[in-house]
Design a protein around this ligand. Structure first.
Ligand code: SAH
Length: 212
């Protein structure tokens, strides 16, 4: 159930759904997703669905992980990516195999501990994580060429836009939990901020404050 064949099948599905970046597909094919979910969920780890990870949170759907990663890399490989919403740590593990450095912020301490364990198990040394409210970004390391937000705010946190470098890209779902969310791409240019809507999305909400 966690065999290479099952993973190959997932990648085939992602390709059918329109993911084109070969590097992204290869990294998904060779990254174990089952170590980012509880054992009771492991048999579903290579389905193209979000799965519960406790604390009312979910590991994102592989299609969304692939799509958001592909969008961030479209303009070239950034040196650093800031991820808001570490969750299981799966998305940051995927990013860490494609870019030199990943900074990731999670508000629920218990989830962050588990994510760190999973990263250690994989031997990843280029993921730096912090327990905090990621709406404020990660100031001392800013500005970023790439920001990925994996929880949905009702409107875009201004600090995140401020921490975007000129030429930088931020991919973020925006909208309310019950209502329609849109996956958006913000690009900072010398003149200001460009905004594009990519597709509909369904994420857990971006919440205020850090908790145990
Ligand atoms: N990227 C994750 C997706 C996890 S779901 C993965 O691959 O598994 C989104 C995560 O965002 C949840 O763990 C939630 O606790 C976290 N989150 C929500 N609001 C946040 C905030 N303001 N700052 C940091 N993390 C937040």
């Amino acid at each position: 159930m966690t065999s290479q064949r099952t993973r190959d099948r997932l990648v085939e599905r992602l390709r059918e759904k329109g993911i084109k970046n070969q590097r992204v597909l290869e990294v998904i094919r060779t990254t174990p997703r089952h170590i980012f979910v509880d054992e009771a969920m492991a048999h579903r780890a290579y389905e193209d669905t979000a799965l519960p990870i406790g604390h009312g949170q979910t590991i994102s759907q592989p299609y969304m992980v692939a799509r958001m990663t592909e969008v961030l890399l479209e303009a070239g490989t950034p040196d650093v990516v800031l991820e808001v919403g570490t969750g299981s740590g799966y998305q940051s593990a995927i990013l860490s195999r494609l870019v030199p450095k990943v900074y990731t912020v999670e508000r629920i301490s218990a989830l962050l501990q588990k994510a760190r364990d999973a990263h250690r198990k994989m031997g990843l040394l280029n993921v730096y994580s912090k327990h905090s409210d990621g709406s404020w970004g990660w100031e001392p390391k800013a500005p970023y060429q790439a920001i990925m937000v994996t929880a949905a705010p009702e409107s875009v946190p201004p600090s995140l836009l401020e921490q975007l470098a000129v030429g930088g890209r931020m991919v973020i779902p925006v909208g309310s939990m019950g209502g329609v969310q849109k996956l958006k791409l913000f690009t900072r240019t010398v003149e200001g901020i460009d905004e594009a809507t990519l597709e509909l999305a369904r994420f857990v909400p971006l919440l205020d404050g850090a908790v145990r």
